[in-house]
Design a protein around this ligand. Sequence first.
Ligand code: C2E
Ligand code: CA
Ligand code: CA
Length: 552
Amino acid sequence: MPEVSPDVAQDMTSDVPASVRAACARASRVLALIVVAALPLLLCVALGRYEAQRIARREANLASTFIVGQIVSIVETAQGAAYVFTTRAAQPCDELSADLTLKAATVPYVRTLNIAYNGMIECSSALGQRSVSVNALIDGHLPSVQGEWLMLVNNTSMVRNRPSLLVGVPGEQGRFVVVAVDVQYLLDLLHGAAPLSVFRQAELNVGEGAVLREAQALVHVRDAPLLADVKKQMSGATIELRIYGLPERIRETWGGLLVRYMPWAVALSALLVWLVRRLQKSGQSRRDQLLRAMRAREFHVEYQPLYGVAEGRCDGVEALLRWVRPGIGEVRPDEFIQAAEEEHVIVPLTQHLLKLIVRDVATWDVAPGFHLSVNFAPEHLSGDALVSDVRALCAAVKPRGVRIVLEVTERTLVRNTEQARHNLEALRGEGVQIAIDDFGTGFCSLSYLEKFPFDILKIDRGFVLTIEPEGHRSVVLDCIVDLAHSLGAKLVAEGVETQTHLDYLCARGVTWIQGFVYAKPMPSEAFVRWYRANGARMSPGTSGTPVTAGTP
Ligand code: C2E
Ligand code: CA
Ligand code: CA
């Protein structure tokens, strides 16, 4: 039996050196921690920026919708004043002039009311009959439309360097009534609703004319984000308002959001790091704990005697691994065996068990042909190490007259068809007996019984428990017994606890009885003493108090 150190055993599960795998595992653990730590912080920063921009856009949209609505209302007022004169547009100026002046003075927003014809201002509320070129009024741009029109101009002939909004409506005989709206109203609107303290620039376009900017000095908007661009069609023209944001103000909002939410993000990040660390530790520690426990020799083996019905004596044991953790106590075998399987340390653990068995058996003095059953897990059964491990075990226990029985469960057989069968056939050819453990609990079809070589069926304790004191038939149990007989297999009944169980099973030709009614699992030295005292003659139930584990 070769010495199997846990470290070496660990290496056997992979071609990559353990140090490299450990370094990779450490690096991936650190990376995972960095990612979970950074994720909430990055999300907070990104969402904060997105939210700051969203707030700025919402403000700009509200402001521009309000401003454009107000401009529409101003234009409608101007058009209302103009329409009063559309049917009188062809009248001589001296009949119109006073009314135009009165109207211009009384209607809000209106600076002048003018009648335009043939490129000339025929009559004006400000200038009376003095003819002025229309081009002078509208700054050289005459809209080429027949109906209503709107236009922003930088100057008018009457007021230089002062933009105006011109509102034109068609009048009689090819004339236009043109209202000049003082742009101060629009500027006040822009100042009030989209102040420069909040936005970098507000630009108003009406039709094809000049652009009205809130900041009259040309402001560079190249680095400023366009927050709102609201358009409204009116009187054949487009009223368009663009608002550009102040990057420093958006940054300020962003900073405020970060101050408010960053502590939460930091807390979340710390929580996630803690959770991941815990997860990593629990995953890592299960594997590490098992490997460390092997090195610290915390495992030992207990042996549960099997009563051979025909011989009337103990002619075998099942080896059961035990883990007693210092300061914690005994760990349930099904728990740590499952953990070892999940963490892929079951092969090294079983190799460790074999080493312990070899050490124990060296002190035994049992009858020749004595059976020693050892449980093997699926991973081991389908691996390359199985045959050599079992061969080494057989060789080591042979001088003590001990024969090895290999216990495998149904699920093992179902999962590992080819390699497992190959391994089992090889070992069986060398005299190792194969027992199917926990028979009947694997939820599988019985077809594997034909495929796999085996010698012994172990009836699960669950079926033994169906035996009733009144002596009624346990139908499924009887079927299993019949099946084993017809397959030529020997039978072990597990978990036999009462005289009723025992009588029932013996009457049906079960080969071995394993259970507390005969003996509990016990450490090697206790088993040696028990065997010397009772093994050759004690029948189940005769002693009244079966030997218990840990009570040599
Ligand atoms: P198992 O292979 O079916 O082992 C038999 C279990 O039945 C043992 O539990 C034994 O103590 C228990 N037992 C025996 N007679 C009685 C009885 O009369 N009444 C009751 N209630 N129980 C009885 P244990 O030692 O706790 O092991 C539980 C399981 O852990 C084992 O079931 C086996 O699947 C696994 N296991 C234990 N040792 C090893 C090992 O060395 N290798 C592997 N792969 N699995 C092992
Ligand atoms: Ca077993
Ligand atoms: Ca079993």
